[in-house]
Design a protein around this ligand. Structure first.
Ligand SMILES: Cc1cc2nc3c(=O)[nH]c(=O)nc-3n(C[C@H](O)[C@H](O)[C@H](O)COP(=O)(O)OP(=O)(O)OC[C@H]3O[C@@H](n4cnc5c(N)ncnc54)[C@H](O)[C@@H]3O)c2cc1C
Length: 395
C-alpha cells in the first residue's frame, strides 16, 4: 500500500507515524513545501518573545523519518491532486502516485484588506514568519498588532516582551469574543496591560499611511492615529484546499465524514481547516488547535491503514503568557453561564446545548478540567448548570 501525505505539520507527521505503526510494509511519503521537518508552532510564541532558543522548537529531524522508513520530501509544494489518476503533482511538474492520500495542508494567514505588501507588516504561521517577527520586535520602538483572537495575543506579547511600545487593536468589545464575555476578557486585558500592551477595544484598521513600502501610521475606526515602525496582523486563516477538487464548505474547508475521508474515495483530510461530523458534539464542526490536529492525524492514519474509527475528540487550547492560566475546552458555541469568583483573576464560563455540557473556558482556576472533558465526551445530562460553577463542587 502506498500512502502519500501532503503537509508535515502535526496532523501529517502524526498520520505518517500511525500508518507505520499499523503497517510495517507500507510505502509512506510525506511532502511539504517547508524547508524544515516538523517543529512546534506553539513554541514559536515563546521563541518570538525571546525566552526560548530556536532549536527547542524542533520536534523531528530527518533521522526521525529515516528510522521509521518514512520518505520525507522537503521543499516540495503540491500544485494539484489528480484523483482520476491517483496522483499528486508538484509545482515542478513531478508526480507521485498513491493508493491512499491525506491532505493535511492547514491554512495560510488572511491578508489585511489595506495591505499593499508593506515590508514591515507581518503575518504569523511558519518558522520563517516567527524569525521575521522576532527580529522586528527586537528592533522596533513602536508596533501595532491587529486581531483579537488566540493568535493576536501571541503577537502582542511578542512585541511587548521585547520592550516595544505595543498598540493592540481589537475589533469588538473584548479579546476573544468567540468564547469570552467582558468580565472574563477584562482579566486578560489587565494581564496584557501589566506586561505593557496598550489594549484598544472597538478599534479596527481604517487606513494605513506608508512611506517607502513601510507602514508609518495606522489610523483606526475612531480616527486615532498610531505611529509604528512594525505591524503584525492575525485576522484568521484561509484553508490551503485549492489543490483538491472535492466537497468543501462555505469557507473552502475540505469536508469529511466521521472517519475523515473526503468526498473522494481514498482521499482523507486532517488538521486545521477541515470540516467533519463530530459524534461527540453531534454536528459538523472544525477546529484549529495542536491537540486537535494531532488527534485527527492519528485517526486519519489509522483509517488509511485499514481501520474504520470515528474521530471523536474534545480539544483543549491554552494561553500561558500570564500567571493566570487560560484554558478553553470543547465547543464554545452553546448557551453560556459564567462566574467571576471572589479570588482575583479566577473566572469560568461553561457552554451548554440543552442539558449537555459542550465547552468550558477557565481563567486562573482550572481545577476539574479533566472531569469537565469527561462530562462533555460522555454527554452526561447536567441538571444544575450553576452547580458546575461552584468551587465547592470541585474541591
Ligand atoms: C504562534 C502560534 C501559536 C499557537 N499556539 C497554540 C496553542 O497555544 N495551543 C494550540 O492548541 N494551538 C496553537 N497554535 C495552533 C497550532 O499550532 C495549529 O493548530 C497546528 O499546528 C495545526 O497543525 P496542522 O498540521 O493541522 O497544520 P499546519 O501546522 O499548518 O501544517 C500544514 C503544513 O502543510 C504545508 N502545506 C500547505 N500547503 C501545501 C502544499 N500545497 N504542498 C506542500 N505542503 C503544503 C504547510 O507549509 C504546513 O507545513 C498556534 C499556532 C501558532 C502559529
Amino acid at each position: 500500500m502506498k500512502h502519500v501525505i501532503i503537509g508535515d505539520g502535526v496532523a501529517g507527521a502524526t498520520a505518517a507515524e500511525e500508518i507505520r505503526k499499523k503497517d510495517e510494509d507500507a510505502e509512506i511519503h510525506v511532502l511539504t513545501d517547508e524547508t524544515d521537518p516538523l517543529y512546534n508552532r506553539i513554541m514559536l510564541k515563546t521563541y518570538m518573545k525571546g525566552s526560548l532558543p530556536k532549536q527547542y522548537t524542533r520536534l523531528h529531524d530527518e533521522n526521525w523519518y529515516d528510522k521509521r522508513d518514512i520518505q520525507l520530501h522537503l521543499e516540495t509544494e503540491i500544485k494539484q491532486v489528480l484523483p482520476e489518476n491517483n496522483q499528486v503533482e508538484t509545482s515542478d511538474g513531478d508526480r507521485f502516485g498513491y493508493d491512499r492520500l491525506l491532505v493535511a495542508t492547514g491554512g495560510s494567514p488572511k491578508k489585511l484588506p489595506q495591505d499593499e505588501d508593506f515590508d514591515n507588516l507581518h503575518y504569523m504561521w511558519t518558522m520563517g514568519d516567527a524569525e521575521h517577527i522576532k527580529k522586528a520586535a527586537e528592533e522596533s520602538e513602536k508596533a501595532v498588532v491587529v486581531g483579537g483572537g488566540l493568535l493576536g495575543i501571541d503577537l502582542a506579547m511578542a512585541y511587548a516582551e521585547n520592550d516595544t511600545e505595543t498598540y493592540y487593536l481589537i475589533r469588538g468589545d473584548n479579546w476573544w469574543q468567540r468564547g469570552l464575555d467582558k468580565d472574563g476578557a477584562e482579566i486578560i486585558h489587565k494581564k496584557m496591560e501589566e506586561k505593557g500592551v496598550n489594549v484598544l477595544t472597538n478599534s479596527e484598521v481604517e487606513e494605513i499611511e506608508s512611506e517607502d513600502s513601510n507602514v508609518k501610521v495606522v489610523v483606526d475606526s475612531k480616527g486615532e492615529r498610531y505611529e509604528c515602525d512594525s505591524m503584525a496582523v492575525a485576522i484568521g486563516q484561509n484553508p490551503n484546499s485549492d489543490i483538491l477538487e472535492a466537497e468543501k464548505n462555505e469557507y473552502e474547508m475540505l469536508k469529511t465524514n466521521e472517519q475523515l475521508e473526503t468526498s473522494i474515495n481514498n482521499v482523507y483530510a486532517a488538521g486545521n481547516m477541515v470540516e467533519y461530523y463530530s459524534p461527540v458534539f453531534e454536528k459538523r464542526t472544525f477546529n484549529g488547535s495542536w491537540d486537535h490536529s494531532e488527534a485527527m492525524g492519528e485517526t486519519a492514519g489509522e483509517n488509511m491503514a485499514g481501520k474504520e474509527e470515528d474521530f471523536d475528540f474534545v480539544n483543549t487550547y491554552g494561553v500561558g503568557h500570564f500567571q493566570a492560566q487560560f484554558l478553553a475546552i470543547g465547543d464554545w458555541s452553546g448557551e453560556p453561564v459564567s462566574k467571576n469568583y471572589e479570588e482575583e483573576n479566577h473566572y469560568r464560563r461553561l457552554f451548554f446545548r440543552d442539558d449537555k455540557l459542550v465547552g468550558a473556558v477557565m481563567i486562573g482556576y482550572t481545577r476539574g478540567q479533566e472531569e469537565l472533558k469527561k462530562i462533555i465526551r460522555e454527554k452526561e445530562a447536567v441538571k444544575n448548570r450553576e452547580k458546575l460553577l461552584e468551587k465547592s463542587y470541585w474541591s
